[in-house]
Design a protein around this ligand. Sequence first.
Ligand SMILES: NC(=O)C1=CN([C@@H]2O[C@H](COP(=O)(O)OP(=O)(O)OC[C@H]3O[C@@H](n4cnc5c(N)ncnc54)[C@H](O)[C@@H]3O)[C@@H](O)[C@H]2O)C=CC1
Ligand SMILES: O=C([O-])CC(=O)C(=O)O
Length: 330
Amino acid sequence: MVKAAVLGASGGIGQPLSLLLAISPYVDELRLYDIVNTPGVGADLSHINSKAKVTAYLPEGQGLEKALTGADIVVIPAGIPRKPGMTRDDLFKINAGIVSDLVTGVAKFSPKAVILIISNPVNSTVPIAAEVLRKHEVFDATKLFGITSLDVARAATFVADVVGGSPTHYKVPVVGGHSGETIVPLLSQITPKTEIPSDKLDALVKRIQFGGDEVVKAKEGLGSATLSMAYSGYKFAESLLRAVNGEMGVVEPAYVHLEDIPGGKDVKDDVGGLDFFAVPVELGPNGAVWVNNPLPRANDYEKALLEEAKKKLAENIVKGIEFVTPTSKL
Ligand SMILES: NC(=O)C1=CN([C@@H]2O[C@H](COP(=O)(O)OP(=O)(O)OC[C@H]3O[C@@H](n4cnc5c(N)ncnc54)[C@H](O)[C@@H]3O)[C@@H](O)[C@H]2O)C=CC1
Ligand SMILES: O=C([O-])CC(=O)C(=O)O
């Protein structure tokens, strides 16, 4: 019996993601939580003749507690999206508090749940979530994932745009974080082996790093990627639930706390001691079981990208942790 909760379920990502979870063969119960509109979204989804029982909650009447109690998987796309001209870090002011409040709810009402953080800036909201869970003494690194699968989806799509073929054909490891220069595609490790023409390399890397901006610009102030994100977030959730069902060797990218996941220590050493980093993660019945480390095979071009990413990530991580535990109180 898998119970999934979506926090921020009425939003641009929340609605299509909830639709995908509602029709998933892996989900038995789906709880929708938001500060607005969940009764309508819930009534609508509940008419689908899939097996998932859909319930909906608002903050009133202990809604968050009801949505979370007993949940196995909690997906969090709550928070404001970017407008043109903004960076993801500009969302910190508002989204840091939203994520911290919602994860406090998870710590209290579903401390064993696997948590998928979509809310930006992921580079900082995941450290915030970890710190909140730590404060409540329920932090388990194998159950906390920052969702970076859209970067991997974009990488495959944009590689296909350059070299031809179907985007479904390519797998590109993307490591680091989830904003601008912290997104590092390892194009030397595309499978099946694919050469990117050297005169196309810089532009392709930039497009993968700033793919989110294309959508923000095209939506002209009405938000950022929602449908591609809902799909990518669902793909991660589905992989996790396949692993929960006993499938072996399921690997998905995610931004995780390295230290406490087997294999993570090697990555941490290779990235100068950063606590959080996006890597391909093998999933098992209870969450992450192994961190793959593609870094030793990075070429010089990619090593230079990684140096840039590390500096920015270090700042983003400290900013998240400081939000929950100011240095003066450490
Ligand atoms: N990780 C990734 O790759 C991506 C992350 N994002 C991020 O996802 C977040 C959501 O984006 P959209 O769905 O487009 O935004 P949206 O504004 O359409 O939806 C956000 C929803 O969160 C709800 N919300 C706000 N405060 C809440 C609270 N305290 N509790 C519960 N719900 C709350 C809002 O009522 C709204 O329904 C943004 O921060 C965006 O930057 C977007 C795309 C990709
Ligand atoms: O660009 C944004 O702000 C939303 C996002 O994270 C993405 O599309 O990758």
